[in-house]
Design a protein around this ligand. Structure first.
Ligand SMILES: C[S@@+](CC[C@H](N)C(=O)[O-])C[C@H]1O[C@@H](n2cnc3c(N)ncnc32)[C@H](O)[C@@H]1O
Ligand SMILES: Nc1nc2[nH]cc(C(=O)O)c2c(=O)[nH]1
Ligand code: SF4
Ligand SMILES: [Mg+2]
Length: 221
């Protein structure tokens, strides 16, 4: 039977998703194909990360036990394994739940899409300062939908400029939600706001990792 490698599962408020501020249950899968220099969960990508092997039924039953309706599937990179599609379909069959997937922008989302209204993708665009930009799967911008969010993770002014260029090139403002998310403690937050003002970036949402304001950079929150 198929098992998924879960490195942690917990309940918190969603600190950076579409439903940030609301309760969410987090399922974090092991391993990642990228190595962003700012990654706050690098431990989940290590060979010796402590994993619990869970079936889709185990994961779904855990979610039901929590009584929390928003689920964030994250990692590591949650879409590394194609069979995660099975897990996604199993969860979204339950229309009382809402599943959000945090993905790094390097994976073809078409392999995982579904018509389910209770599923959305929050896809990063890793800017130049991450040193991972070359791995971005640009074709995802052709299929991005209104249910989805593109999150530009910005660490410096150059990342902001790149975000603006990509938004304009793919007309993202009219096609999905667009977030600017700061690399934690790397960039002055007012620099992001000044950039948004300077270029009239109506509709872009500045998103700060709310959980780090509450607990700092910690596991399990
Ligand atoms: C840990 S990643 C896991 C999901 C997936 N690998 C990805 O990168 O989207 C979850 C989110 O945390 C963000 N993140 C990681 N480290 C960060 C940091 N130091 N500051 C701000 N955001 C960070 C990532 O950009 C991503 O949006
Ligand atoms: N509270 C909280 N909210 C989050 N939203 C996305 C997270 C992630 O690591 O993907 C995350 C996380 O790690 N903690
Ligand atoms: S893609 Fe996500 S999990 Fe992987 S290194 Fe980057 S931030 Fe960390
Ligand atoms: Mg996190």
């Amino acid at each position: 039977m198929k098992h998924y490698n879960v490195v942690e599962k917990f309940i918190s408020i969603n600190g950076e998703g579409q439903r940030s501020g609301e309760l969410a249950v987090f399922i974090r899968l092991a391993k990642c194909n990228l190595r962003c220099n700012y990654c706050d969960t690098m431990w989940a990508n290590e060979e010796n990360a402590p994993v619990t092997a869970m079936t889709k039924e185990d994961i779904y039953n855990y979610i039901l036990d929590t009584k929390v309706k928003n689920i964030t599937l994250t990692g590591g990179e949650p879409l590394l394994d194609r069979e995660v599609k099975d897990l996604i379909e199993y969860i979204v069959k339950d229309k009382s739940l809402f599943l959000e997937i945090e993905t790094n922008g390097s994976i073809d989302l078409n392999l995982f899409r579904s018509d389910a209204k209770n599923l959305s993708f929050t896809m990063d665009y890793k800017g130049p300062s991450s040193e991972m930009e070359k791995f971005m799967f640009i074709k995802n911008f052709e299929t991005i939908s209104h249910k989805d969010t593109v999150k530009f993770v910005v660490g410096d002014y150059n990342d902001l400029l790149k975000a603006k260029e990509i938004m304009e090139k793919y007309d993202l403002m009219n096609r999905c939600s667009v977030y600017f998310s700061s690399v934690y403690k790397k960039i002055e937050l007012d620099e992001i706001v000044e950039f948004m003002k300077k270029f009239n970036l109506n509709g872009v949402r500045l998103q700060l990792q709310m959980h780090k304001f509450i607990w700092g950079n910690k596991q399990g929150v």
